[in-house]
Design a protein around this ligand. Structure first.
Ligand SMILES: Cc1ncc(COP(=O)(O)O)c(C=O)c1O
Length: 474
């Protein structure tokens, strides 16, 4: 199946919510409503100076004329959501505040129920666990491949999905994360075909892949491969403001968009930020435009450039597609012989003024984003070449803390039952053998070290160096 690229080369790209907000700015009213800083008048002057008067003047919510409302979607907000649905090839799109986290909560609350079995991968984001705590659904865990050398989770095999679906006839949902935070991809096409065979809906948490619709050398997005619903953190790589995301319901979806909408209405703030919503409208319009296409092309080409440079280095390596899995080229996970990723992160920051996406014991993650220039990448490559040639052995160390929880959980109770059971807080040293009552997950990547209902074992301890105490069932 040929992938559909969703750039719009012909017509003028519309951004109705951006236009409405501009009008709101240009036609100020005598304002006797929230927010109480009243177009920045009561803001701390230093803050106003920092972010600019204009930003405060358009900081408004959805109660006012001509901007539309989020719940129910009306006016320019509705139009902007409809344009986003077209752009991403969805039947319906919902704008999310509180990030893709809100989307996973709404999936849990709207689509699953107490005691119902759902299938998800062990390395899912903690917001999926929160969704399960809300609803009381019970996870059946898919254990992805382990890329031990890289300290990372790899892909979920279609066979493991089929095995679970074959052996249970009461599964409500498969809820898959693809790609991983570091860009490792599963075979969503095969997994989707298996879900269809067993008539089980497939949701793909595609938080890290909102660019895939817009460039032919990026992977095919899950909705084009048969997923019933998808999440995109537009704020991560798509150019919208922090916290703003999108939830898409596919054409011919097996899941109910109305149920998701109802849950979102309960979960969302009743004072949605128009600035964040307009930033989603703007990001979608930009990604679709020839300018956006050029920026994404540049992100892909910068990533390939850096990977070629790393190939010339002796001690620095990058995670590349290998037998059995593929990666998103724009997410570049690197490691250096003899240096921990955390140590490398501090060298880059302190010696070279470079900030990376995240670091672990094993390596670190660099993102090639649409906003980065070739110059950024030339500088990064130059610094990595210098590091490659430097002997850091005198200060080389590996931390004893582990970052990426790669554990197979021993489950004693559902996340909801454990979370709401009587509990006590005890020193970590006494926790082995007890059952966790909380989600412990470091962000990024937000993958749980401990799930509520999981038996705590010795294997957890190296991941818990930052914790003195843990909540356990009493
Ligand atoms: C796979 C995955 N899903 C969901 C989320 C939550 O996204 P947000 O930060 O937009 O709430 C994250 C965040 O890192 C994530 O990695």
């Amino acid at each position: 199946m040929k992938k559909t690229i969703r750039n719009d080369k012909t017509s003028k790209i519309k951004a109705p919510l951006v236009e409405a907000l501009k009008k709101y700015y240009e036609t100020p009213m005598h304002q006797f409503h929230i927010p109480g800083h009243t177009r920045g008048g009561a803001a701390l002057p230093e803050f106003r100076q920092l972010i600019g008067k204009k930003a405060l003047a358009v900081d408004t919510t959805d109660e006012f004329d001509n901007l539309g409302t989020l719940h129910p979607a009306t006016g320019p907000v509705k139009e902007a959501q409809e344009l986003a649905a077209q752009a991403f090839g969805a039947k319906r799109t919902f704008f999310l505040l509180n990030g893709s986290t809100a989307g996973n909560l709404a999936f849990g609350m709207g689509l699953t129920k107490k005691g119902q079995k759902i299938v998800t991968n062990r390395n899912c984001h903690r917001s999926i666990l929160t969704g399960l705590i809300i609803s009381g659904a019970e996870p059946l865990w898919l254990t992805p491949h382990r890329l031990d050398e890289w300290g990372l989770w790899g892909q979920v095999s279609p066979e493991s999905v089929e095995e679970i679906l074959k052996s249970h006839d009461d599964i409500g949902l498969v809820w898959l994360t693809n790609p991983t935070y570091e860009g490792v991809m599963s075979d969503v096409k095969s997994i989707s075909a298996i879900c269809k065979k067993y008539k089980v809906p497939l949701i793909v948490d595609e938080a890290h892949a909102c660019l895939w619709n817009f460039h032919d050398s990026l992977p095919t997005p899950a909705m084009q491969l048969g997923a019933d619903a998808v999440l995109h953190s537009l704020h991560k790589t798509g150019g919208s403001m922090s916290q703003s995301s999108m939830l898409h319901i596919a054409h011919d979806s097996l899941i109910s968009g109305d149920a998701v909408e109802k849950a979102l209405k309960l979960l969302h703030t009743t004072s949605p930020s128009m600035l964040l919503l307009a930033s989603l409208d703007a990001a979608r319009a930009n990604l679709q435009s020839p300018r956006g296409a050029k920026q994404i092309r540049r992100a892909v080409s910068n990533a390939k450039f850096l990977r070629r440079e790393i190939d010339k280095m002796e001690k620095i390596h990058h995670l590349q597609p290998d037998f059995g899995f593929k990666t998103d080229v724009t997410k570049i996970f690197i490691k250096v012989d003899g240096l921990s990723g955390v140590r490398l992160e501090s060298i880059l920051e302190i010696e070279f003024g470079i900030e990376v996406e995240s670091a672990s014991d094993a390596g670190l993650l660099l993102l090639s984003n649409p906003g980065n220039t070739r110059k950024d990448f030339e500088y990064l490559a130059e610094c990595l070449h210098k590091i490659d040639k430097t002997q850091y052995t005198d200060i080389c160390y590996l931390e004893h803390k582990k970052h990426m929880p790669m554990l197979t959980p021993i489950i004693r109770m559902s996340p909801r039952d454990a979370y709401f059971s009587p509990k006590e807080t005890i020193p970590k040293t006494q926790a082995v053998g007890r059952i966790s009552a909380e989600v412990i997950a470091e962000c990024p990547p937000g993958i749980a070290i401990l799930l509520p209902g999981e038996l705590i074992t010795e294997k957890h301890l190296p991941y818990l160096t930052d914790y003195e105490c843990i909540e356990v069932l009493s």
